[in-house]
Design a protein around this ligand. Structure first.
Ligand SMILES: Cc1cc2nc3c(=O)[nH]c(=O)nc-3n(C[C@H](O)[C@H](O)[C@H](O)COP(=O)(O)O)c2cc1C
Length: 527
């Protein structure tokens, strides 16, 4: 086993929560000292994006067939809309003197480690260069200006993570949450682009070093612990026939371009240090790679009955903090639609260029026509025998649906188990169902240690789809990063790390906290 693989496996094991002890985190938190959620680069030219909040016609259900949505022209208002619908604010919440922003993309602990960049290689609506998106102000900060290399070439979106924002609260496990958040952000970007009639192409060949060079993350413009780690670069195809972009030319343009601005301090006192996050970040950094052109054959999905527009659903997405444990059972059609939506054969996963490595184990509590118990949804039929081989012999693996690869494993009320496994959180038991996302783990990490991150991204992408599908069906979801890893494995019967649970999720009928006031997302820009 090489050193990097060993580091990744060690990190994964030492950041497991267990019934006996939580992964290492700060002993106390001073909320006054939370790192600033909104990064600014002082000294940049600022481009104001048109006022957010515009409605677009496509229905949420139209996103199943994105090719039927007419492509909007690429201009400043529509580029702004893309950024808003993917990473912008969706509301403010207020409780007494405390006020906090929510965004279209969720984040563990609402800490938002993900930063987004727009890169233009040549378009008439904006100077060629690299721009940092400030979701609070709905502005772009121009970090770099360079000469156009390809006219009318669409835009690129880059994503990075400020680990410190997450580590401040969650300590060593934070690296995992940053990766989940990247997966969610990628999903949010896909839904935003599809609403505009555009598509997202993951430029998965790029190395982290090259992404850092393009976005300026390798520059001396950041405080040491507040640096941004490069994650993803993707191209937004805004009309058919977009010409290929020469990655080398783009990199050269950025490196010889004129850079401006310096990252403002996130104003946090760095009381605790988490060196394992730097270690795992280095061990799991991605080199340049050749990637296969894999894509699942697209299949018709179970239709959504949602009549709301996509923009409405995207802006109303929230995490439920409490569920109605007395809810009537969720209609089976809604449940099946949610599961169908996360299969790799749907439009939401068109951008994902690899065979699925994440499979679902579902605790059904309240779903019409399905007995409470444990179920499985292998997202790839090749995984079925492998999963059968490593799980408990008691599981009966009875297929319960013609339309879906959904298998009944064990009957029984598993509310208490689900709650205990998810760090005793009632959201895992008061819902219609909760689930664990189980990854094909050891073989993946042995193949390349940086694939560790990609496993979490796939989980985040599934989570984002479930969040939006839940809203569309009149329910609500919540991502669950806090669960007792090896207890989950034990319940399922795993004896080694061939499979590991990397993320949990729950969906049900939310109970609103009436003490909280909800304020408009961008009211502060209108005054
Ligand atoms: C990766 C991830 C892990 C999360 N884990 C939990 C969790 O364990 N418990 C919980 O109540 N909420 C959890 N959440 C929900 C976040 O707290 C929520 O997204 C955040 O507060 C922002 O609120 P919003 O989703 O309504 O925008 C998680 C969200 C993400 C993306």
């Amino acid at each position: 086993m090489n050193k990097q693989t060993e580091t990744v496996l060690n990190y994964h094991n030492r950041t497991k929560h267990s019934l006996e002890r939580y992964a290492k985190g700060p002993e106390s938190i001073d909320w006054e000292d939370q790192p600033d959620q909104f990064r600014h680069f002082s000294g940049c030219e600022i481009i104001k994006l048109p006022l957010p909040g515009a409605e677009l016609e496509p229905l949420f259900s139209d996103l199943d067939n994105p090719e039927t949505i007419p492509a909007k022209p690429l201009n400043l208002p529509n580029a702004g809309l893309l950024l808003e619908l993917a990473f912008g604010l969706s509301a403010w919440k207020q409780f007494g003197p405390s006020r906090w922003a929510l965004r279209c993309n969720p984040s563990s602990g609402n800490l938002h480690p993900t930063e987004a960049y727009l890169v233009s290689a040549g378009n008439d609506f904006i100077q060629s260069g690299v721009y940092h998106y400030v979701s609070h102000d709905h502005t772009l900060e121009q970090r770099c200006q360079f000469a156009s290399i390809l006219p009318d070439s669409g835009i690129l979106i880059g994503l990075s993570s400020v680990y410190w924002r997450e580590a401040w609260k969650y300590g060593e496990r934070a690296f995992r949450y940053c990766q989940h958040d990247i997966g969610h952000a990628l999903g949010a970007l896909r839904y935003a682009a599809a609403t505009l009639g555009w598509s997202v192409e993951l430029l998965a060949e790029w190395s982290d070093d090259d992404i850092a060079k393009l976005l300026g993350l390798d520059r001396d413009d950041f405080k040491k612990q507040e640096y941004e780690s490069p994650d993803i670069i993707c191209r937004i195809n805004t009309h058919s026939g977009d010409q290929p972009l020469d990655a080398q030319a783009l990199l050269e343009a950025a490196q010889t371009g004129t850079w401006s601005g310096k990252a403002d301090s996130l104003r946090a006192y760095h009381m605790y240090k988490w060196p394992v996050i730097d270690e795992i970040s280095t061990a799991a950094s991605k080199p340049q790679t050749e990637e296969q052109e894999w894509q699942a054959a697209q299949q018709p999905v179970i239709e959504s009955s949602c009549t709301k527009t996509a923009t409405q659903i995207i802006r109303q997405r929230r995490s439920a903090q409490q569920f109605d444990g007395k809810m009537p059972p969720m209609p089976q059609t809604d449940f099946y639609r949610m599961l169908a939506a996360v299969l790799p054969t749907t439009a939401a996963f068109e951008l994902w260029r690899w065979p699925p490595k994440i499979h679902l184990f579902i605790f059904i509590h309240r779903v019409e026509g399905l007995a409470p118990g444990v179920y499985a949804l292998p997202r790839d039929h090749n995984a079925l025998p492998k999963l059968q081989a490593v799980t408990l012999a008691d599981f009966d693996w009875q297929k319960v649906s013609e339309a879906l690869p959904l298998y009944h494993l064990l009957a029984g009320d598993c509310k208490q188990i689900a709650k205990t496994l998810s760090c005793h959180q009632p959201i895992a038991s008061d819902s219609a169902f909760s689930l664990g996302m189980v990854a094909e783990f050891s073989e993946t990490i042995q193949a390349a240690p940086w694939l560790y991150r990609r496993l979490f991204w796939e989980c985040g992408l599934i989570g984002q789809t479930l969040y939006l599908e839940a809203e569309a069906a009149g329910f609500r979801g919540t991502g669950i990063g806090c669960y007792f890893d090896d207890s989950v494995h034990e319940i399922l019967g795993f004896k080694d790390d061939k499979f590991q649970s990397l993320y949990h999720f729950t969906v049900g009928k939310p109970l609103e906290d009436k003490r909280l006031e909800t304020l408009p997302a961008y009211g502060h820009l209108k005054t």
